[in-house]
Design a protein around this ligand. Structure first.
Ligand SMILES: Cc1ncc(COP(=O)(O)O)c(C=O)c1O
Length: 339
């Protein structure tokens, strides 16, 4: 589908510059969730139909990140999917993480008996050495929109034998991402993938699958949905890390993910980054090359609120984010409010 046709699928009120907090669903997503809720209300929906959405969403996510569906696990949140990875490292192992990392990819390491060191994002690759057991980082930083130097980080990690764990929540959906470069890559779907909260994916490379204990396993992690009784019979694929899906979140994830694939991520990136660049230029700032930008504007909160612009403001810094339903008019309204 052409992007110019797709934009009619949203009914956003003008001024939503906050996809980095949550993405807005296109109409087919809202319709699919509404239908499922009504089926649920009437007791008319076989749960297997809702459940089938999980498989379709897994497949669509895999396509989006260049992975095999068998290498993708499902769950509800990034931290939940990363917890077994962190728990599988030996006590005292060295882990490096950017100091501004969103805590869903920091606390899972900190709660374990690990030696976690945080460094500024631009120093991450240099901080990896032969004693590093794992490096964990976001492909796009949540606070700043900074795109990680993935080549440098992966090269340093491979040279030292460190596990590479990426959080692609702020990247997949607008930035082309190849999950297979990482050992593990988690992604929450409620932002750039425009799904309801409660759907999250985790690529687990076949090379490291057996090194991670699926400590959250339940019936859904079993081969052929293992309902009752022993023995332990885990799926051989990454499904062994599955956590029973929040059905309606996955019902909603399918149309959103399929629409993204249909439009094409490169086109979405070009659209989003052009809007972000327009915003930066309007403020007299250099282009950042990201769909998320962060600028120092101590008075932004009141100015934007009075103009009906919704963006994130924290500690005097404004974080604005631009997705395929954002328009030039949204950007210009924000610039009018700020300048
Ligand atoms: C980079 C990043 N990862 C993950 C999340 C959400 O994490 P979780 O799914 O654990 O709630 C966010 C939310 O802002 C985020 O920005």
């Amino acid at each position: 589908m052409e992007l110019c046709e797709a934009v009619h699928l949203w009914q956003a009120e003008p001024g939503w510059l906050n996809t980095a907090s949550y993405g807005l669903p296109p109409r087919p997503t809202v319709d699919a969730v509404r239908t499922a809720l009504l089926e649920w209300q009437r007791g008319a929906g076989p749960w297997a139909d809702w459940d089938a959405s999980t498989g379709r969403a897994r497949g669509a996510f895999a396509r989006l990140v260049g992975a095999e569906p068998a290498d993708v696990a499902v769950g509800a949140a990034v931290s939940q999917l990363l917890a077994p990875v962190a728990a599988s490292l030996p006590a005292g192992a060295n882990v490096v993480v950017p100091d501004i990392e969103f805590t869903s990819n920091l606390f899972p390491w900190l709660v374990q008996d690990l030696n976690v060191r945080t460094v500024p994002p631009h120093r991450l690759a240099d901080a990896i050495d032969g004693r590093t057991a794992a490096v964990a980082f976001s492909v796009v930083q949540s606070a700043t929109g900074e795109v990680a130097p993935v080549d440098d980080i992966v090269r340093a990690a491979r040279a030292g034998g460190a596990l590479v764990v990426a959080d692609a929540t702020q990247a997949v959906g607008w930035l082309p991402v190849d999950a297979t470069r990482f050992d593990v890559m988690a992604c929450a779907a409620y932002k750039w993938l425009m799904a309801p909260r409660g759907a999250a994916f985790c690529y687990v490379s076949p090379a490291v699958r057996d090194l991670i204990r699926p400590s959250a396993a339940g019936w859904y992690a079993g081969e052929e949905h293992a309902y009752y009784g022993p023995p332990l019979r885990l799926a051989t694929s990454a499904r062994r890390f599955d956590i029973s899906p929040a059905w309606f979140s996955y019902v909603g994830a399918v149309p959103s993910l399929e629409l993204l694939t249909d439009i094409g991520i490169e086109r979405i990136r070009d659209h989003n980054v052009a809007l972000a660049d327009r915003f930066m230029a309007g403020l007299g700032l250099p282009a950042a090359g990201s769909a998320i930008v962060s600028v120092d504007r101590p008075d932004a909160a009141e100015r934007l609120e009075s103009a009906g612009i919704r963006a994130a403001v924290r500690d005097g810094r404004l974080r604005a984010s631009f997705h395929l339903y954002t328009t030039e008019a949204d950007v210009d309204a924000a610039l009018n409010a700020l300048t």
